[in-house]
Design a protein around this ligand. Structure first.
Ligand code: HEM
Length: 469
């Protein structure tokens, strides 16, 4: 009863059951249903935890931008005391690691040529790996993983390299487990389970295996490092550990190096892979002989035309071409809006007592910013539930950014890799469309448009044929 204390002016929500709260009543994939009943700001109880869902541009903007610090914390992680960046609690350690990571990635090329070249080079490798017909997930995931390897370890891997594939697989598995019901709800409600042997201890395995692989890579770096020459992110972090040796407050340690690299891989690979799969999925959906379901059928031709006119066929696309390719750019942005990959955001926690849209929200409440409800906000977008690249074009056909375009979230904890992801989404897409036309293998039905929701919104598995242009 004490835990169920209600505050004055606390947001409304469905009645919750003992122990499980609203866990069994709520369809998190469709928060719109809850909104229709309770409004834009809804309170829930998941196990013992108080959770508040924020829907729509106004509420999400007020929380993440205007009251940025109030909403900057993350919930405690039930499995272990994990630092890194993604799940770190708001405070000195997180600030130090985030600032360092952002500036190091920038120096290695976020905003500079060298990163563009790495991505372009990887897009070239991806082109040569395309066969006929094929499932693009493996290749795209490997190419995206390789960009991260090149930034953090200084080298890329062959797509069929066993160690590389094992690492990508383990990190993905660990992220799915970390966000799953066992670690988020069951172990959190009953932490004493960890003192009892049983199969639930398997949740730790992908973490320890991933950390072992990363620890080995860090060890190799320490053995081969030249202090006058920084090869990659790991070298830069090792330098920082040395500089901070005498500072007892410092967050720079080998454990935190491993956690940070792990976090970046986990945050970067699946999100970017799935967004690219959605982009090619849109192209593929447009080429199916059955009548189109929306206006997708016209766009690949227009994108090909624009790329041919601005870039031609002889040179590789460059990030600077973006400004001269308004339609292509609009298609990329619209895919992110329409497919809302990180549909419910990443959970935050209130850092102090605060309020949103007049509702009181106490310190320590878990906040889900439903990004999907912003990307499809009916008061903002002309055709929120259709694929409509014109959302990002003005009357003269020039590209325009929109305030409600928040797939990377906003505020202090917004995605740290937005610039890198933007480059990958643009350079992979334009390079592949410059070289290929895509279509669905004969005999396959029109692919479903809705995909499935776990931690993120992924497309159903599909096959693609790529014909050289
Ligand atoms: C299309 C690709 C991507 C999407 C849609 C995406 C989306 C997001 C979202 C919605 C968040 C949660 C922000 C919040 O709490 O409000 C986030 C956090 C984060 N992302 Fe991304 N992301 C993408 C790519 C990347 C890449 C390439 C990197 C790596 C460099 C990255 C690194 C991170 C990190 C480290 C965080 C945690 C930030 C913090 O807590 O301070 N992401 N991302």
């Amino acid at each position: 009863m004490k835990r169920r204390k209600r505050w004055n002016n606390y947001p409304p929500g469905p009645v919750s059951f003992p122990f499980v709260g609203n866990l069994l009543q709520v369809n998190f994939q469709c928060p719109r249903l809850l909104s229709e009943k309770f409004g834009k700001i809804i309170s829930l109880q998941i196990g013992w935890k108080n959770v508040v869902l924020l829907n729509g541009l106004e509420a999400v903007k007020e929380a993440l931008v205007q009251r940025s610090e109030d909403f900057a914390d993350r919930p405690p992680f039930s499995l272990f005391d994990h630092m890194g960046i993604m799940m770190a609690r708001y405070g000195h350690g997180w600030k130090e690691l985030r600032r360092f990571t952002l500036s190091t990635l920038r120096n290695f090329g976020l905003g500079k040529k060298s990163l563009d070249q790495r991505v372009t080079e990887e897009a070239g490798c991806l082109c040569s790996a395309f066969s006929h017909p094929f499932n693009p997930r493996f290749l795209i995931n490997s190419a995206v993983g390789n960009v991260m390897c090149s930034l953090t370890f200084g080298n890329r891997f062959e797509y069929n390299d066993e160690k590389f594939q094992r690492m990508l697989h383990l990190i993905e598995e660990a992220f799915n487990i970390g966000a799953g019901i066992m670690s988020q709800v069951i172990l959190d409600m009953m932490p004493w389970l960890l003192y009892i042997p049983g199969p639930h201890h398997n949740v730790f395995q992908p973490y320890t295996d991933s950390f072992d692989i990363l620890r080995e890579i860090v060890k190799e770096h320490k053995e081969t490092r030249d202090p006058g020459f920084t090869r990659d992110f790991i070298d830069a972090f090792l330098e920082e550990i040395e500089k901070a040796k005498m500072d007892p407050e410092s967050t720079f340690s080998e454990d935190n190096l491993i956690f940070t690299v792990f976090d970046m891989f986990g945050a970067a690979t699946e999100t970017t892979t799935v967004t690219l799969l959605m982009q090619f999925g849109r192209v593929r959906a447009s080429s199916h002989p059955a009548p189109p379901i929306d206006n997708v059928s016209i766009f690949p031709g227009r994108v090909h035309e624009e790329i041919d006119k601005v870039i031609g066929r002889d040179r590789s696309p460059d990030i600077e071409d973006q400004v001269n390719l308004p339609y292509t750019n609009a298609v990329i942005y619209e895919t992110q809006r329409y497919c809302d990959v990180v549909f419910a955001g990443v959970p935050r926690t209130t850092y102090r007592d605060t309020e949103v849209q007049g509702f009181f929200i106490p310190k320590g409440t878990i906040i889900l910013t439903v990004l999907s409800s912003v990307l499809k906000d009916e008061t903002v977008w002309e055709k929120p539930h259709e694929f409509y690249p014109e959302h990002f074009l003005d009357a003269d056909g020039q590209f325009v950014k929109r305030e409600a375009f928040l797939p990377f979230s906003a505020g202090r904890r917004m995605c740290l890799g937005e610039q890198l992801a933007r480059k990958e989404l643009f350079l992979f897409f334009t390079t592949l469309l410059q070289h290929f036309t895509f279509h669905i293998p004969e005999d396959q039905p029109r692919p479903r448009d809705d995909g499935y929701y776990v931690l993120i919104h992924s497309p159903d598995s599909y096959e693609l044929c790529a014909s050289p242009r």
